[in-house]
Design a protein around this ligand. Structure first.
Ligand code: CP3
Length: 349
């Protein structure tokens, strides 16, 4: 039996709109901060006990329809031997950025035996979900080649992605070879998760919205499409999301995904016209609205649920980017209840 989330992602009839939140596992939860004390971020990501517990925390607290696997987009880089650290308050920092052909040649491929702990973490989460939350799906993920490349080329988080674009336009062959290698890495990272029990996966191209549509199509889309294509033998729905990607939505939707993640700046009804009619949408409540009074937030939730039900391809409710760290941990659960209540009412009418 499919979970409600998987059915919605496959455009099948559901009795309620499923809902989860990007970054639901993490800093907004006091029980997460407690568990993380004394560990580094990457250390925590490689410890199955911690990963499974952190992944399950928002399921228990919020009653979401999906668990998102707790990890990070730089975990496969670290597992492949890249020296990377996640600096609190900054993000991933790479010791030796990749800027030349020689740098790229030194970058190793990721092999499944380097991430047996990831498979173990997935199996633990699935065992508890199957036993206690059988209608909650486990979503695996990886960073898309462009977003991972940006960290690797810049050496860390970047506001303008200037070194990345300089390589993309100045040495397109090197850039293409780098994205191809990173695409294989992401595909291996997801393949291990799905083979161990993840029931869906999301490819995060968080920074694709910094590109023009023409550059996205020429330099990036083929590499993301290769990731989806190499995973298409798995019968699990594929999600694709990036921030500020309204202008790219039709192109991102064409990469080979089943569900298109919509940033909060795009009207869901407009998004509906930018994807294939049979393709599901995910989104797109503004994460900042979780700080607004409930009588302001409630009608926004209903508006998104209604727009989702009007879309012929199915809808998964989510935020239009991740939960903000200072969010009141009581709010996501109220949203889950409201999404379920409103959608059940409309679907049974
Ligand atoms: O809630 C938390 O932030 C705590 C754990 C944590 C994660 N990543 C979990 C994560 C921390 C401290 C990081 C570091 C990191 N890595 C940052 C944040 C820097 C900061 O302190 O503000 C960033 C931006 C990265 C790189 C990264 N990781 C990107 C671009 C993405 C894609 C999603 C996005 O936010 O755009 C990730 C994925 C990620 N990091 C996930 C988790 C649990 C998986 C996706 C999800 O939960 O929705």
């Amino acid at each position: 039996m499919n979970t409600t989330l998987v059915s919605a992602a496959q455009s099948e009839t559901v009795s309620r709109t499923p809902v989860w939140f990007m970054r639901q596992a993490g800093r907004s939860l006091p029980e997460y901060r407690e568990l993380r004390e004394g560990t580094t971020m990457l250390g925590a990501c490689r410890t199955p006990d911690l990963v499974s517990e952190i992944t399950l925390q928002p399921v228990r607290r919020h009653g979401v329809d999906a668990a998102i696997f707790f990890s990070d987009i730089v975990v496969p880089l670290e597992a492949a031997g890249v020296s990377v650290e996640i600096v609190p308050g900054t993000g991933p920092v790479i010791e030796h950025p990749v800027r030349t052909r020689a740098d790229l040649d030194r970058l190793e491929d990721l092999t499944p035996d380097a991430i047996t702990d990831i498979a173990e973490s997935i199996r633990r989460v699935r065992a508890e979900l199957d036993a206690k939350h059988p209608d909650t799906a486990l979503i695996g993920f990886a960073g898309a080649p462009f977003t991972v490349a940006s960290y690797l080329i810049e050496g860390g988080p970047s506001r303008n992605h200037e070194k990345t674009k300089a390589m993309m336009l100045g040495d397109p062959q090197l850039f293409s070879d780098l994205l191809a290698k990173l695409g294989r890495m992401s595909a291996t990272f997801i393949d291990v998760q799905v083979s161990a029990g993840a029931q869906a996966f999301q490819l995060f191209d968080s920074w694709a919205g910094y590109l023009s549509a023409a550059d996205y199509r020429r330099f990036v889309l083929p590499h993301s499409a290769a990731v989806f294509s190499s995973l298409s033998h798995h019968a699990v729905p594929a999600f694709h999301f990036g921030v500020q990607t309204g202008e790219l939505l039709t192109d991102m939707a064409s990469a080979g995904c089943d569900v298109v993640g919509v940033d909060f700046r795009v009207d869901l009804a407009d998004a509906s016209r930018r994807v294939r009619p049979g393709q599901a949408l995910q989104g797109n409540l503004d994460p900042a609205l979780l700080f607004a009074p409930w009588d302001v937030l409630r009608p926004r939730i209903e508006e998104i649920v209604r727009a989702g039900l009007d879309h012929p391809g199915g809808h998964v409710f989510n935020l239009g980017h991740g939960v903000l760290p200072t969010t009141d941990p009581a709010i996501p659960g109220l949203i889950v209840e409201e999404v379920h209540r409103v959608s059940q009412q409309l679907l049974s009418a």
